[in-house]
Design a binder for this molecule. Sequence first.
Ligand SMILES: [Zn+2]
Length: 164
Amino acid sequence: MEAKGYMDAGKLVPDQLVIGLIKEKLDGLKGGFLLDGFPRNLEQAKMLDTITEVNMAVELDVDEDMIVDRIVKRRSCRQCGEVYHLDAKPPRTPDVCDKCGGELYQRSDDSEETVRNRLKVYHEKTQPLIDLYGERGILITIDGRGSIDDVYRRMVDAIRGFKK
Ligand SMILES: [Zn+2]
């Protein structure tokens, strides 16, 4: 609820709060887990090190114009959250979810301008993590071009084949 307060106000949730939420989740888990989109900066990476051991980091390598294309043409279902892409994974009926019949919409932050801004932040804040995990010898870089199935398959193979 505390995090929601920040998000509703359009603010970033403070690192300390995010790490607290992650710790709460991990404490009850048995076996492995995968964090998607976290950590996003060196401060978060340091905090993550204090609550768990990071065994592997996966980098999806895609050129910027392709990232923009993917995000600008992304549509999500209001009801079930299923994600579509107008070219790569179009719904059978325009603007209608194949799974539940819900209405598809474009997230307000999925515009080209916002994406270019996010990429700038990525280069400044997140890219240093590539060096950090690279130096630790736990970084896997996966070619993110191609279809959803292609990339998924590459990712699963890389994770299965990875031995620290
Ligand atoms: Zn749906």
